[in-house]
Design a protein around this ligand. Structure first.
Ligand code: NAD
Length: 364
C-alpha cells in the first residue's frame, strides 16, 4: 500500500516541538534541546527517533513518570570516573548535561568513564557521540533500555530485553568524523513503529510472531488489547545478542540504573548509558592518525562494487547525506502526523496550552 507523507517545513516542525514541551511545563532550555534532538534525528534520516517520539514523552509526563526540568545529580566523582543520576529527567536535556561533565573531565584528565542512570529516553545515541566529537573527543557508548521487553535472546522466542543501542564517535582532523550508531536489535523499534504506521513490511530476519515463527508483519509488535505480542530479533544472531547483553550489564547493572527486569517496567522509556570519553590527542599519535585514516578510507573505497551496490559509504555518511536532503522539508508519514495531532490535543486538554495540530503546518 502507498504511504501518504506530509512535507512539513523543518523550521516550523522544530518550533512546534519547542511549543509542545513549553506547553507541558518544560523550561526554554529543555524544550529547545528536546526539539534540537528530535528534529536532528529526523534530519539524520532516523525518523524512528524523531518527532514521532513526542507522543510517548507526553504519555510518560501525563502518567507522572517523566520529570520535567531536572538537573543531574553527581553521585561519585573521582575525576576520571563519574556516576550521574538523571532523576527521571528529559533525556535530551539531562544527557546533554551529563556528557558536558564527562567531556570537561576528559579535557582535564585525558579520559572519563561516565555512568548515567535513570534518564528518560535519551533518543538517538549518535547525538551524544556528536557532542563529544564537537569537543574533539572519541567516545564509546553502551546504552540499555528499560521499557517493555521486545527483543528475544538468541535461541529464545519470548522477549527478555530491549533494543540496547551502541555507538562510537571518532573525530578525524580535516575529515568528516566516523560515527557508528545502531540498535542491537535487527532494526530499531521505532522503525517497526514507522513501518506499522506506513503499513509496510519490515526486512526479513527482524521479527518473530507470538508463536516464534519468522514474520515481516510489524503488526505482531502492536497486537490489539490483550493479544499476544511477537518479538524482535537481535542483529547478526548470537553476535548482536552478545553485544546487547554487554550493553545491559555495563549501562544498567554497573551504573546502578534500572535493568530490564519485569519489576522495573513502567509506562516510560528509560535509558542508562556507560560512556567512555577520551582525548585522542593524548595518545601522542594525532598526525599519524589523520594520515592513517585518509589512507585506510581511500583503500576501503577502492574496493570494486558489488552487484546493485550504490557505493561504499562510511559510518555517519548516510546521516550527512540525509541532512542535506531534508534541510528545508521533513517528510512525516500520515500515521505519525495523526499521533502528533492527538498528542497536541491531549496537551491542550491537560494544560489549556498547545502548539495546535502538526497537520496545519503541511506545505501545500
Ligand atoms: P541503522 O540500522 O540505520 O544503522 C545506522 C548506522 O549504520 C549508522 O552508524 C550509519 O552511519 C551506518 N550505516 C547505515 N547504512 C550504511 C551503509 N550503507 N554503509 C555504511 N554505514 C552505514 O540504525 P538503527 O539500528 O535502526 O538505529 C537507529 C537509531 O536508533 C540510532 O540512532 C540509535 O542510537 C537509536 N536507538 C536508540 C535507542 C534508545 O533507547 N535511546 C534504542 C535503540 C536505537
Amino acid at each position: 500500500m502507498e504511504t501518504e507523507y506530509m512535507q512539513i517545513p523543518t523550521a516550523a516542525l522544530h518550533q512546534w516541538v519547542v511549543e509542545l514541551f513549553l506547553a507541558i511545563g518544560s523550561e526554554q532550555r529543555e524544550a529547545q534541546l528536546t526539539a534540537d534532538h528530535l528534529i536532528g534525528a529526523n534530519l539524520a534520516g532516523h525518523d524512528s527517533h524523531g518527532v514521532g517520539m513526542a507522543p510517548r514523552y507526553v504519555l510518560s509526563w501525563k502518567a507522572g513518570e517523566l520529570q520535567l526540568n531536572q538537573r543531574v545529580a553527581i553521585e561519585q566523582d573521582s575525576g576520571t570516573m563519574l556516576t550521574v543520576d538523571a532523576r527521571c529527567g528529559m533525556g535530551q536535556a539531562v544527557t546533554q548535561e551529563a556528557m558536558a561533565l564527562a567531556i570537561e573531565r576528559a579535557q582535564a584528565h585525558g579520559v572519563c568513564i561516565m555512568g548515567l542512570k535513570n534518564t528518560h529516553h535519551l533518543g538517538r545515541v549518535g547525538h551524544w557521540a556528536e557532542q563529544a566529537i564537537a569537543a574533539g573527543m572519541v567516545s564509546v557508548h553502551f546504552v540499555s533500555v528499560c521499557s517493555m521487553p521486545i527483543v528475544a535472546p538468541h535461541g529464545g522466542r519470548e522477549a527478555r530485553f530491549s533494543t540496547n543501542p551502541f555507538s562510537v564517535g571518532i573525530p578525524v582532523p580535516g575529515r568528516p568524523p566516523v560515527l557508528l550508531d545502531f540498535a542491537t536489535s535487527a532494526i530499531a523499534l521505532g522503525k517497526v513503529r514507522v513501518a506499522h504506521n506506513k503499513k509496510i513490511p519490515v526486512p526479513p530476519g527482524s521479527l518473530l510472531d507470538s508463536e516464534g515463527r519468522p514474520t515481516r508483519d510489524p503488526g505482531v509488535m502492536f497486537p490489539p488489547d490483550g493479544g499476544a505480542r511477537g518479538a524482535m530479533l537481535p542483529f547478526a544472531g548470537h553476535k548482536g545478542f552478545a553485544l546487547a547483553m554487554v550493553c545491559e550489564l555495563l549501562a544498567a547493572a554497573l551504573t546502578g540504573g534500572r535493568a530490564s527486569l519485569p519489576a522495573n517496567m513502567t509506562q516510560g522509556v528509560w535509558n542508562n548509558m556507560l560512556a567512555v570519553v577520551f582525548d585522542p590527542q593524548r595518545m601522542g599519535t594525532a598526525d599519524l592518525f589523520s594520515e592513517e585514516v585518509q589512507a585506510y578510507v581511500d583503500w576501503v573505497r577502492s574496493a570494486p562494487l558489488a552487484q546493485d551496490s550504490d557505493g561504499i559509504l562510511l559510518p555517519g555518511e548516510p546521516e550527512r547525506r540525509s541532512r542535506l536532503a531534508r534541510a528545508e522539508l521533513i517528510p512525516v508519514d500520515a500515521g505519525t502526523v495523526a499521533q502528533l495531532d492527538a498528542a497536541a490535543a491531549t496537551v491542550m486538554e491537560q494544560t489549556g496550552r498547545s502548539p495546535g495540530p502538526v497537520s496545519a503546518l503541511q506545505r501545500e
